[in-house]
Design a protein around this ligand. Structure first.
Ligand code: PLP
Length: 234
């Protein structure tokens, strides 16, 4: 990808974020852009850092290990943050704790126990989001609504975890408007949880196809790959 294309894409995404925020009466500063870099090589990610992006999302541990180590040695002075947005297997939890500032995809008590254990070993308070599954697609990960309250109660008692908020991935639709009820539902779950005394400032929702709708419904983090880096090679 040409440098100029990347710059234009990033500008365009920020413009769209600002527009959606203002349309919803929100400040654009309330929304963090997480650039999803799965399948994108480190040289391109470095260009995105030069342009000014600071937060990146990966969805596979092995790929992230390789890329993040490229940065540890070469961009030591910047405050680049990494987010884990993919499904996490328990046996990879220790690598996730090593590598990531925020894990977006915690969806079971067993997984949270393992992350807590690894974080304790590392002397780290691991920031996490709880991933909630709001559709009945068989393939999607996430805790179902009926089990969510038990999960948040259990995780709240784990000393080395800090729950920052909630994440969801709605089903794919051709029309972004169709995703609105899912984003609204996540926000409602957040608000109800806050009523019970849980503090959940972050809502990670919205991707290339639907981030403007997500922002209108309260997203504080949008996870965007394609609109920044172009179509991924399969
Ligand atoms: C790939 C991915 C994204 C980014 O998707 P785009 O449609 O390319 O913007 C966001 N979130 C998760 C969890 C992903 O796996």
């Amino acid at each position: 990808m040409k440098d100029e294309q990347l710059l234009n894409n990033i500008k365009d995404v920020y413009r769209r974020i600002s527009h959606a925020a203002m349309k919803a009466g929100r400040s654009p500063d309330e929304i963090r852009l997480i650039a999803v870099t799965k399948n994108i090589e480190s040289n391109i990610i470095k260009k995105a850092v030069e342009i000014g992006l600071r937060e990146f999302g990966e969805n596979r541990i092995q790929e992230a290990q390789r890329k993040i180590s490229d940065f540890r040695f070469q961009i030591s002075d910047s405050d680049v943050k990494w987010h884990f947005v993919g499904h996490l297997q328990k046996n990879k939890a220790k690598y996730a704790v090593d590598l990531f500032d925020l894990i977006h995809s915690v969806d079971s008590v067993e997984l949270s126990q393992e992350i807590n254990k690894q974080a304790e070993k590392n002397g780290k308070i691991q920031k996490i989001l709880l991933q909630v599954k709001l559709s009945d697609e068989a393939a999607k990960h996430g805790i179902i609504k009926g089990k969510y309250i038990d999960l948040i109660r259990a995780v709240s008692s784990m000393k080395n975890l800090s729950i920052e908020g909630l994440m969801t991935i709605p089903p794919f639709f051709d029309s972004p408007e169709m995703t609105r009820p899912f984003f609204r539902e996540l926000r409602k779950i957040r608000d109800e949880s806050e009523g019970l005394g849980f503090r959940l400032p972050e809502l990670s929702m919205g991707m290339t196809g639907d981030f403007e709708v997500a922002i209108e419904e309260g997203a504080t983090m949008v996870r965007i790959g394609t609109a920044i880096f172009g179509e991924r090679r399969k």
